[in-house]
Design a protein around this ligand. Structure first.
Ligand SMILES: Nc1nc2c(c(=O)[nH]1)N[C@H]1C(S)=C(S)[C@@H](COP(=O)(O)OP(=O)(O)OC[C@H]3O[C@@H](n4cnc5c(=O)[nH]c(N)nc54)[C@H](O)[C@@H]3O)O[C@H]1N2
Ligand SMILES: Nc1nc2c(c(=O)[nH]1)N[C@H]1C(S)=C(S)[C@@H](COP(=O)(O)OP(=O)(O)OC[C@H]3O[C@@H](n4cnc5c(=O)[nH]c(N)nc54)[C@H](O)[C@@H]3O)O[C@H]1N2
Ligand code: SF4
Ligand SMILES: [Mo]
Length: 732
């Protein structure tokens, strides 16, 4: 095939009505979908009814997929090469050959100056990263990095230090759980469709929910108990819950004796963290905490503590997640009905997993630029640590980075302190954004490569259920414990001159004379490589969009459990943390409450938007065109701020945002809250442009301020100042 030809599947544009089973991409959950195509045009999207857990359901964002496809022509339609200064918005259209040749030349320059390790790629992680990891490794670089530094890195690394596997290896059996404890895990609004449905069904079945959040979300409204904790204080709460459980001996002694090491260390760490001790830190009355512990002791072992995502954004959030996971262990809920079921690989069910592309590439010996797994032995090298790669771009230490691919990732929206992010990016020889729209990062890039949308392309096959050996970060905490193979199939022809990722990466490698790694002419050829020896065919995959590798989950007998830690036990005192010189259970660090016009800035997501990527979508923009700032009446009143007033908000830098106040006691007085994903600056994103405030531009100094144990950026340590805005005006 000529390199500039579009690799469409035959018959994609054919007349008549067809049903295609595929995968949504309107957020990173990647729900299974059914696409109805008429005469080559996608006319209807719904959940894939072959998957009973989702049925025909989609969320609002998923349902707005057709508006991305047909309603939003403000997306890059050909490759673009920058002609003016970075971020200046001057571009020239280029053919694919031209753009790819340009990239290859710059890669050669980078290799000459920095070695192959000077090339890096970050992506949105998830089930398709075999492709991106392979691309980077084939170029000779160890620097594949996920977006997780601001997402779930703390929870992920906390789980590794305790169990030896990611928290994604624990799959909550929501259908049978009696009590679910959520730390800012807003399952109703920050949703994965299957999980939200299972959660609602479990509630209807009598599941109790304790919801802990400085802000009352919709999930709080569904809960049986809501604790409006002081921001960033959950670690103190957990230490007190553990204290109380140990004192009452209300934990699973058999499980602990068999599988857990470090109980003495735990006792020592919590000996003084009484319910009374935590009260001034968290605001939770000691008596309520005692009542909670009595309740969970009765519901045990079917009590699950979710290790969270949203709590994972301050300097001790690693320990919030880790103590939440320890609480699961104390409940003895591992691998029991109604507990946390362990995700199992295909081999457990006597099946062979997909063949990995990455096995076609030799090992890269150079150490990672971010220190993950080496100088920071507590950070998982499989996800890396993005901010440390930015530090290397900025400083050239431990070595320089010259070329950076952001694939399905917007590091300008998705990292704090935009000025610091741009300063690092501006040191690059080459910055490429591979996206389906003009992202903030794309606008700052040297080359934009338009990927075909999820309806217009096929991806490599992936495993959605079971454990995820090389793809630890997944945004659905309700996956099937049974492994499956899933597919994103092409439904329609690309509307513009765009290409699928596998083709783009293949073409770059070919230009670098690395031909054999992705040497596939068609996606079917690539799929056949993945499926070889598995007993599954492409035709079977296309029948329903997925093939399950077992009929039902099977539990490992209690006496046969093994944990992949250095000691083989669940390590409360972790060997990995010890090696890194870090305490496994440090003392809680209380922070002073901000006063006067100063507040802790909390951020989050809403059900109808995905981060910064969907505000320009015509339908979703109509639903949530505006952001508001939640502020407590006791703090708003002295500042002269009333409900609905416009206020000015500033971080440590020169950026000033304007936003309407929502004065409500459903937010803790120490904090203000707003949604992430607003404040776009790309002129071509006309529906999003100038709408709302960008939290990342208020989080000054937070790019290089992180939780030392988990590595996650300390987003919710950011302090902002608020005052009434007396003159009307838009955001810069
Ligand atoms: N300041 C601050 N930073 C944050 C957060 C915050 O709240 N505040 N949240 C953090 C969290 S939890 C996360 S998960 C990250 C999210 O940050 P990102 O990982 O950047 O996530 P998204 O915005 O979901 O998607 C990134 C890009 O993928 C593009 N995209 C969508 N579909 C496709 C596709 O099919 N192909 C290609 N090639 N591109 C596609 C979108 O257009 C978008 O530009 O940000 C983190 N960073
Ligand atoms: N609709 C939609 N769904 C999504 C996404 C999306 O963009 N849109 N993104 C997906 C992604 S990438 C992620 S990471 C998840 C995030 O899912 P969640 O973590 O569930 O949600 P967030 O909105 O990021 O943050 C949740 C809450 O944390 C609270 N919080 C802040 N500080 C603290 C604290 O110290 N303690 C406690 N207990 N709570 C605190 C905030 O008030 C907020 O309500 O959602 C996923 N689902
Ligand atoms: S949660 Fe919604 S947007 Fe995300 S993949 Fe599922 S349907 Fe699509
Ligand atoms: Mo996330």
């Amino acid at each position: 095939m000529n390199s500039t030809m579009s690799p469409n599947v035959d018959g994609v544009g054919a007349p008549g009505r067809r049903t295609v089973y595929s995968m949504c991409s309107m957020c990173s959950v990647r729900c299974p979908i059914e696409v109805t195509v008429e005469d080559g045009r996608a006319v209807w999207l719904q959940g894939n009814p072959h998957d009973k857990a989702i049925g025909a359901s989609l969320c609002a964002k998923g349902a707005a997929g057709l508006a991305l496809e047909y309603g939003d022509d403000q997306r890059p339609q050909t490759p673009l090469i920058r002609t003016g200064p970075r971020g200046g918005g001057q571009w020239r259209r280029a053919s694919w050959d031209e753009a790819l040749d340009y990239i290859a030349d710059k890669l050669r320059e980078t290799i000459e100056a920095f070695g192959p390790q000077g090339i890096m790629l970050s992506d949105r992680s998830g089930p398709f990263t075999d492709l991106t990891r392979t691309f980077v490794k084939a170029l000779g670089s160890p620097n594949y990095i996920t977006h997780d530094a601001c997402c779930t890195a703390n929870a992920h690394n906390a789980s590794l230090s305790l169990f030896g596997f990611s928290h994604e290896g624990l799959i909550p059996d929501l259908g049978r759980v009696k009590h679910l404890v959520l730390y800012g895990r807003n399952v109703i609004e920050c949703l994965a469709v299957k999980e939200a449905k299972a959660f609602m069904a479990a509630l209807a079945n009598g599941m109790r929910v304790t919801y802990i959040d400085p802000r009352a979300t919709f999930t709080a409204c569904k809960a049986t108990r809501y604790w409006q904790v002081r921001p960033n204080s959950d670690y103190a709460l957990n230490l007190a819950i553990i204290h109380q459980l140990l004192r009452q001996e209300a934990y699973d002694k058999d499980f602990v004796a068999r599988y857990v090491s470090g109980m003495d260390y735990l006792w020592e760490a919590v000996k003084d963290t009484t319910p009374e001790w935590q009260e001034p830190h968290t605001g939770v009355p000691a008596e309520q905490l005692r009542a909670f512990v009595r309740e969970i002791a009765l519901d045990a072992p079917q009590v699950i503590f979710n290790p969270g995502w949203g709590t994972a954004r301050h300097k001790q959030s690693f320990h919030v997640s880790r103590t939440a996971l320890i609480l699961n262990v104390l409940m003895g809920n591992i691998e029991i009905p109604g507990g946390n079921i362990l995700a199992k690989p295909p081999e457990f069910y006597g099946r062979k997993g997909l063949n990995h592309l990455i096995d076609r590439v030799p090992k890269v010996e150079v150490p990672r630029v971010d220190g993950a797994g080496t100088t920071r032995s507590q950070w998982d090298p499989a996800i890396g640590m993005l901010h440390q790669a930015f530090a290397a771009m900025e400083t050239g230490q431990p070595y320089g980075i010259g070329a950076y691919f952001a694939y399905r990732h917007d590091p300008i929206t998705g990292l704090p302190d935009t000025e610091a992010v741009k300063s690092a990016l501006d040191k690059l020889k080459l910055f490429v954004s591979i996206d389906v729209r003009y992202s903030e990062a794309g606008w700052f890039a040297d080359v934009i490569l338009p990927e075909a949308t999820y309806l217009e392309r096929a991806n490599i096959l992936c495993q959605m259920g079971g454990p995820v050996p090389v793809d630890p970060s997944r945004h659905s905490s309700l996956r099937d414990p049974v492994p499956d193979f899933s597919m994103r199939d092409q439904a329609i022809a690309p509307r513009f001159d765009s290409r699928p990722a596998w083709w783009i990466f293949r073409e770059i490698l070919r230009r670098m004379d690395i031909k054999e790694v992705l040497d596939f002419e068609t996606i079917e050829e690539l799929w056949n490589y993945q499926l070889d020896g598995t007993g599954v065919t492409i035709a079977e995959m296309r029948e329903k969009g997925f093939v399950r590798l077992a009929n039902a989950p099977r539990l490992i007998p209690r006496e046969e459990l093994k944990f992949p830690t250095p000691s083989g036990k669940i390590e409360i005192e972790s060997a990995v943390l010890k090696l890194a010189g870090l305490p496994s259970l440090p003392p809680y660090e209380a922070k002073a409450a901000p006063v006067d016009d100063r507040f802790r800035l909390l951020i989050g997501r809403t059900a109808t938007l995905t981060h910064g990527m969907s505000l320009n979508n015509p339908i979703l923009n109509e639903i949530a065109p505006e952001q508001v700032l939640w502020i407590h009446p006791d703090r708003a009143r002295p500042l002269g701020i009333g409900d609905g007033d416009t206020v000015e908000i500033r971080g440590g830098g020169s950026y000033v945002g304007r936003i309407k106040a929502r004065v409500t006691s459903w937010i803790h007085p120490d904090a203000v809250f707003m949604l992430h994903g607003y404040g776009a600056t790309v002129p071509l994103a006309t529906r999003a442009l100038g709408r709302g405030v960008a939290d990342q531009r208020l989080q000054d100094g937070k790019l290089y301020d992180f939780d030392p144990a988990g590595g996650g950026c300390a987003l919710t340590e950011a302090i902002v100042q608020i005052k009434p805005a007396f003159e009307e005006g838009g955001n810069p």
